[in-house]
Design a protein around this ligand. Sequence first.
Ligand SMILES: [Zn+2]
Length: 429
Amino acid sequence: MVTTMQRTPATESGTVSSLIASDRVEGTAVYDAQGKRIGKVERLVIDKAGGRIVYAVLSFGGFLGIGGTHYPIPWPMLNYDEKLGGYRVEITEEQLKKAPKAEPVEGWEQANPDRDERVHAREVTTTAAGDAVAASLHIATVVRDALTTAGATTEDVAAIGVGVPGRVDPVTGTVTMAVNLGWSELSLGSELEDRLGRPCVVENDVRAAVLGLHRRRVVGEIEDLAYLAVGTGVSAGVVLGGRLHRGSHGLAGEIGHVIVDPDGALCACGQSGCLETLVSGSAIARQAREAIAAGRTTSLKASPEAPSAISVYHAAAGGDEVAGSIVEAVGRRLAWAVHLLVMAYDVERVILGGGVSHAGEAFVQPIQGELGRMRAASALAREQLRPDIVELLPPGADAGAWGAVVIAAADAGLGAGHGWEEVGHVLDS
Ligand SMILES: [Zn+2]
C-alpha cells in the first residue's frame, strides 16, 4: 500500500500537525464506455473465503441526481484508464442503471469496512510566526518526526501535502502571502522538496479542508458544500459538483474580506469594515477589550489576561450581558455570511469550523437564532436555508490535514478519486 503524507499548520492555534495516511481506491471516478463520468467507486467487496475483490459498489449520488444510489459491478469489469484518471466500465450508464441495486451478499464483506485511510503517525507543534527562513526547516522537522513515529522514512512517502493559512500558488508551491504567519513570496513547496526529497504540494488550508470534508464524507453524500472557518481570520472553501472550486485566482470563498460596514475598523487587507474585522477571533477579542476600556460592567474584566474569543463565549454562556451582546452580533453576521455562501454558490451545507467554533453550542446558537429569524421573514430564505443548512465541524475531523492528504495523493497520481482534475489544479504548466 502506498503511503501519502501531509502536514498542515492550523490557522488559529499556530500549531503544526503532521500525519501519515494510506491511500484508498474508494472514491475513484468511474467512466462509461463513452468516457462519460458516471459515478465513483463507493466501496470494494471481497470474498471472505477467497480473500479477493469480487465487486465494486459504484455510487451515483449527486452525479446523476440520484441521491445515494449504489450499484454493484464485478471488479474485473473495471479497467483503470490512465488518461481518464479513473476506472472505465465497458457498458453504458443505462445498462448500469438497469442492474439490480447493491445488496449485501452472504460470505462477502467490505474490503475496507471503515472506508478510512489509516493514520500512521501524528505530530503537532507550535510555529513561530514571522520567520519564513525557519519555516520550511521547522515543517521538515515535524514531517521527519512523524515519519520516525510511523517507523518510516521519506522513501516510503509518495508526496507531501501542505495546507497554509494564506494565499498560495498551488502550481509553483509558493505562499504568496500569509498575513498571520508573516510570510510572503515563500517558495515553501520547493524548499520542502529540497529538504525532504519528495514532491510537495501546497494549498490554502481552508480550500484543502473543504476538499478533505468532501472526500471523507464527513457530512455525508453532499456534492455542493462550503466550509466556513472562523479563526484568526475568516475564510470559506467551496466544493461544487464534487470538485474544489478555486476560481480564477484561487480565492473563491475569501468572504472574510467582503465589506459589511464601510465605516468599520481598518482590515489587514487595506479596506475598512471587512467581515473579518467584525467576526474573527481577533475581532471578538478586540470588541471585548474595547468594552472593558469603555468602562462597561462585565465579568471579562475580572481576568488578569486580555479576553480571548473563547472566553467571551464562555462569559456569554454564563449570562454576561456585554459578552452576550458581542456574540449575538457576531452570530448575526455569521448567519448572513452563511446566507451569502448559500446564495452565491447554492451549496447544500455550510460546515462551521475554525478556532472560534470550538466554543461549540455558544458559537452556533446565535447563528441559528438569526437563521431562524430570516426563515420566518422570507419564503426564499426558508427555501434556501434548510433546517440543516449549518453544521458544526465534528471534533477530530482533521479536515485541513485530510484535505492536504487528498491533494498530495492527487499530485502523486494515487487513484483518480483524489484526481487532480477534480482538485482543479494544473499540474504541468
Ligand atoms: Zn479585509
